[in-house]
Write a protein that binds this ligand. Structure first.
Ligand SMILES: C[S@@+](CC[C@H](N)C(=O)[O-])C[C@H]1O[C@@H](n2cnc3c(N)ncnc32)[C@H](O)[C@@H]1O
Length: 243
């Protein structure tokens, strides 16, 4: 099994993106609707959608949202939660590297540091597929941790308690590949669960160069919802491009 399929289990959802308050997701979508200049009924593709936080909120507001994710349990939950809203989203199970995205989207979004799992070639492939899936003038939004910030604040070892479970993470950054290689050990009641992986980290200029090479036009990069510009000490970058 590839590391990103193994990493995203029930614990990771419950203690990570599954724990984000609905109020925060609504703020994300307020911001996205603003910077992507979305109109009611627009088609939005949510890549790496998880349990569909953003797709569901988009659908609730009258957009046509489609989410793609590899994890069947997350998508099952997404579909269940959708039943509580008037408009439902469309959820597709699949690997974003292999699946056809469809076309004619007004926007494509990638939320919550869900980029950098694959080889550099495959990462670029995802972005090229996003480009193809968009209408002319369609917009692309990515929310991604800033490599510059991570390296300034890099912790090689971390020992914390998450939901009363001891979680020990050892990290090693490879300067030649810009990958954060990690091993996580969770000391659960019935034994130790080990997860490992290799996360490609990106700086703003690199994301911009890659997307411009594909054919996108850079619209803006933001440090926060007040639209302050990106800085080296921005932790979470939000970047907008147009086809
Ligand atoms: C950090 S979670 C983000 C979830 C969601 N965007 C959110 O903000 O709530 C990353 C997601 O990427 C999915 N994923 C990882 N590798 C994938 C792949 N190759 N194809 C599709 N989805 C993948 C995982 O299953 C997980 O749900």
């Amino acid at each position: 099994m590839e590391w990103f399929s193994d990493l995203y289990d029930e614990f990771r959802m419950r203690t990570g993106f599954g724990r984000v308050p609905a109020k925060q997701t609504r703020k994300d979508i307020d911001f996205i609707c603003d910077v992507l200049e979305l109109n009611e009924g627009d088609k939005v593709l949510d890549l790496f959608c998880g349990a569909g936080r953003h797709s569901r909120e988009l659908a609730r507001r009258g957009y046509l949202a489609t989410g793609i994710d590899l994890n069947p349990n997350y998508l099952e939950l997404a579909k269940q939660l959708c039943k509580e809203t008037i408009n439902t989203s469309n959820f597709i199970l699949g690997d974003v590297r292999k699946i056809y995205y469809g076309k004619g989207y007004d926007a494509v979004i990638i939320m919550f540091q869900s980029f950098g799992y694959f080889s550099d070639v495959e990462d670029k492939l995802i972005l090229r597929k996003a480009f193809k899936a968009l209408k002319p003038r369609g917009r692309f939004f990515i929310e991604i941790l800033n490599r510059d910030w991570i390296l300034k604040n890099y912790l090689k070892d971390q020992d914390t308690k998450v939901d009363s479970i001891r979680v020990v993470e050892k990290r090693d950054f490879d300067i030649l590949t810009s990958r954060n290689n990690f091993i996580i050990k969770r000391y659960e009641k019935d034994g130790v669960v080990t997860k490992s992986g290799s996360w490609r980290l990106y700086s703003a200029h690199e994301i911009k160069n890659i997307l411009e090479d594909i054919g996108f036009r850079f619209i803006g990069g933001y440090s926060n919802f007040k639209k302050e510009p990106l800085r080296t000490d921005t932790r979470l970058m939000r970047m907008v491009f147009e086809k």
